[in-house]
Design a protein around this ligand. Sequence first.
Ligand code: DSN
Length: 427
Amino acid sequence: MKDKIIQKLITEETKRQNNTLNLIASENSTSKDVREALASVFTNKYAEGYPGARYYGGNAVADKLEALTQARALTLFGLSPKKWSVNVQPYSGSPANLAVLLALVPAGEKIMGMSLAMGGHLTHGHKVSVTGKLWQQVPYGVNKKTERIDYEEVLEIARREQPRIIIAGATAYSRIVDFKKMRAIADAAHAYLMVDMSHFAGLVAGGVYPSPFAYADVVTTTVHKTLRGPRAALIFARKFEIRNPKSETNQKFKTRNSKPTIASAIDKAVFPGLQGGPHMNAITAVAVALKEAGSPTFKKYAAQIVKNTRALAGELARLNWRIISGGTDTHLFLMDTISQGVGGGEASDMLETAGIIVNKNTIPFDERKPTDPSGIRIGTAALTTRGMKEKEMKVIATLIDAVLKKKMKPAEAEKKIAMLCKKFPLR
Ligand code: DSN
């Protein structure tokens, strides 16, 4: 690279990623093929519109690429193109979620999502997000005792509030969501069911987390978490007519010759509603990642993620750390640090000094501020990509424990971590 300053920063970041243990639950490390696709000449192309209906010339190859990506996405999750459509253009998870809401819920109406404080995502209607400004969030959370979703309570809220859409999925919830129950709740409230599977999409693809597709009307996902692709998102939508076609929003999407479907309304909300030209290089890399995620090795990878998370959480629990909800079914868990006298922010900083990267996180019913919450979130997808297994997870739990309880100097921990990292280099 001619730009030496940028080259230096890339080298520095490569070193940082190689020499630290990444336990951030929403991150992963992509294959060389994914990165090669991202850096391809598709970055040069404007392709506003959809395959076969573009606003610029020169899109014959882009059309093939986008159609192939759509086909790979449907195949990966076992979906029939007769029943499901997929939009592969969202720049990332937040615009994907926003596009669904713009397509299906008139502004000002109620949307029901898990509250941020309980593990939900900002774009599920939190007040600081545009989704909480354009719509009214009806939040649900977890039971104080079990720290798991209380479906009876969710049903009660949905019946009372009658939201237009219910969003299942979270960013800091370690348990399997019961999609069948969420569907029954949505039906009882005459609401759409949207599942945001961003965090666990790779686990669904790998067959170690239940698929939401039998129950949801719409499924959104980012591609860069457990799915191990580039930063991008997908929206899967059922090809049925949207309900309440008399509402203003829905009329907007009605075309002269065809009745609006959920899928067509969402396509229009993505482009031209919300975005301009799709990032064709990102879509190229999505296609590569989707193929990788359909391989037998990816199935093993997904299963290993869950084993690793359970091993890490189990060992930390044995060392007397409180794991929220008592464990995990997925790639992540929340750990209460304040009960051992360490704030989440402080814990994250202490671990980073030793070379362990996590994020501070609120825990359910947190009494502290989100800027300095009571816990940390830990995920194993990135370390599993490096080839680490249960044995390494136990070592890492011991190191986390030693650093947080100040039984080991950060410099000593750093040395041990550097050795571990060297044994498991990034791809
Ligand atoms: N920021 C992501 C996460 O960490 O879960 C979600 O957008």
